[in-house]
Design a protein around this ligand. Structure first.
Ligand code: SAM
Length: 324
């Protein structure tokens, strides 16, 4: 009761209602909100502080940036969503706020796409060497049906493709990547897809920002060949899987295209079935299925592993030497 009352009190002011309505559309920084509302930064920050303290909003720090969004859980988040649902969509102030927010989203998407275009040629080079991506995605969705996933973690999310693919079916998505530029593209794509239940976050795959046993599915799509210590990466993915949870790895089968190391910074030239199965076993996972999709010079392989209900989680602390 107290938390609901606290939330209602914290929201009981016009600017705060406007901020709640904006945060319901996606994550925003204080700078975004200042630009949209046309108010001073200290004023906006004060309102946000009150609403965070009451549990209506939550803040997520990413380096020097802080994003605000409706609280994902708890009574505060429920109150916030109920209040937003009561706000009239056609209100002129709310309409102006939405228009300004859309302008910001458009500008951000354009900047992200410019980065993507600048690198697209390089990525296309590799794509040409293997089977069409739609076939890979179809095979992945056969192995790990979207309807069977609730909480997805996409490791090395890049443009957020795996999350946009699964978004219509899942309860919550988290994509992590070490590249801010890729994350900007991912956020623009998630905004475009209306996937407000999915987030893209800066993070290192050796130290995933997730509790032990907190996810029921993890995808690692075309990431492991960039990684110095793939076995450690698999172990860290296994750590965050709930009992019964599944890990889907998509990567190349062993190949001899040495120039991919030089031109595209690949560290590893593909992986054998046995190699990946061994890492999974060591991480306490059972290999469920492996599928090869030959095409051109590269074969794409999909591995699906499962964390048995009775297995204990591997140690929470990954090898510090491997922090990239
Ligand atoms: C080829 S992209 C694949 C992106 C995405 N999974 C997809 O298939 O569309 C590889 C991604 O892995 C990310 N990455 C590489 N090493 C990483 C690390 N140690 N931690 C987090 N992300 C990493 C890169 O920044 C890049 O976005």
């Amino acid at each position: 009761m107290d938390q609901v009352l606290g939330g209602l009190r914290a929201a009981g002011e016009e600017t705060r209602l406007r901020l709640l309505a904006l945060c319901a559309r996606g994550e925003l920084t204080v700078t975004d909100m200042v630009a949209i509302l046309g108010l001073s930064q200290p004023r906006v920050s004060r309102h946000l502080k009150v609403m965070c303290e009451s549990g209506l909003l939550e803040r997520v720090r990413e380096g020097a940036w802080v994003f605000y969004r409706l609280a994902a859980r708890g009574p505060g988040g429920t109150v916030a969503r109920a209040i937003v649902a009561l706000l009239p969509a056609e209100d002129p102030v709310a309409t102006r706020d939405r228009d300004r927010h859309n302008e910001i989203l458009r500008a951000r998407a354009e900047a992200a796409q410019a980065y993507f275009r600048a690198n697209a040629e390089q990525w296309d080079d590799v794509r040409r060497l293997h089977v069409d991506e739609t076939r890979v995605e179809q095979a992945l969705m056969d192995l790990l049906p979207p309807e069977s996933v609730r909480d997805l973690l996409d490791v090395g999310t890049g443009t957020g493709r795996m999350m946009t693919l699964y978004a219509p079916h899942i309860r919550e998505g988290l994509g992590i990547d070490m590249s801010r530029e890729m994350l900007a593209v991912a956020r623009a794509n998630l905004d475009q897809a209306g996937a407000t239940h999915c987030q893209a976050r800066l993070g290192d795959l050796y130290h995933l920002p997730c509790e032990d046993a907190s996810r029921d599915a993890v995808t690692v799509h075309q990431v492991l060949h960039y990684v110095e210590h793939p076995a450690e990466a698999v172990r860290e993915c296994a750590r965050v899987l709930r009992p019964g949870g599944r890990l889907a790895v998509v990567d190349f089968a062993p190949h001899d295209l040495e120039d991919l190391r030089e031109r595209h910074k690949h560290r590893r030239l593909g992986f054998s079935h046995d190699e990946v199965a061994g890492w999974c076993t060591d991480a306490g996972l059972d290999m469920v299925e492996t599928r090869d999709l030959p095409g051109g010079a590269l074969t794409v392989t999909l591995w699906l592993a499962h964390r048995p209900a009775a297995a204990s989680a591997p140690s929470q602390t990954p090898n510090k030497d491997h922090a990239a």
